[in-house]
Ligand binder design. Sequence first.
Ligand code: ATP
Length: 229
Amino acid sequence: MFIIKTENLEKVYRTEEVQTKALNHVSLTVEQGEFVAIMGPSGCGKSTLLNLLGLLDEPDGGSLQLLGTETSRYSERQRAELRKRSLGFVFQSFNLIDELTVFENVELPLRYLGVGAAERRQRVEQVLEKMQLLHRRNHFPLQLSGGQQQRVAVARAVVNAPPLLLADEPTGNLDSASGHDVLGLLTELNEAGTTVLMVTHSEHDARYARRVIRLLDGQVVLEHSRSQF
Ligand SMILES: Nc1ncnc2c1ncn2[C@@H]1O[C@H](COP(=O)(O)OP(=O)(O)OP(=O)(O)O)[C@@H](O)[C@H]1O
């Protein structure tokens, strides 16, 4: 089953002076259970694509089916529900809540799902341990390094094991050891059934994916599976 299917997807950013076609007729499919890397040069439209797939923004043309339903049919309430229940998102800018501790940030998706306190605690501690952050559980985001904040963002996105995880440069601020931990966690999650789409600049990181989709100037230029590396 396709978890994502786009046909001729378009996104145009307009300001008073300029118009930028960030996505130009992007057609792609992702099957349930895949681990896909999205690559391409800076400005080619990777984050734009991820934002559309994550229902954070709306396309200007074409169609986007998510989990078997055309997304233009969703109401705003349904989009919000889907984001909470079915999507995990690792933002390039982390988007942590500064007023909440590390523990409270990571526990948020479980609160939305109504998971009880004891189970929340267990699941949050488990993922913080994997991200080597248990000792920082009572810190606030601004008391952490960039790499630590990034690992909190990853922990928050994966804590509820969403059906679809969208990760924008999840190792962008990390040294190779921490990057390895994050990629290991994404692999573990994928093996347990989560479909993973990861934007990356790194050929090394892309090797964790089973398929690579390359974008150039808002268009898909190449798709290849890991056996073709
Ligand atoms: N909010 C916005 N307003 C206007 N133009 C935008 C906006 N966001 C992105 N763009 C433009 O759309 C194009 C695609 O941007 P996008 O951020 O998707 O690229 P990217 O491949 O993720 O780049 P990077 O690797 O540098 O993060 C770029 O030309 C960018 O300048």
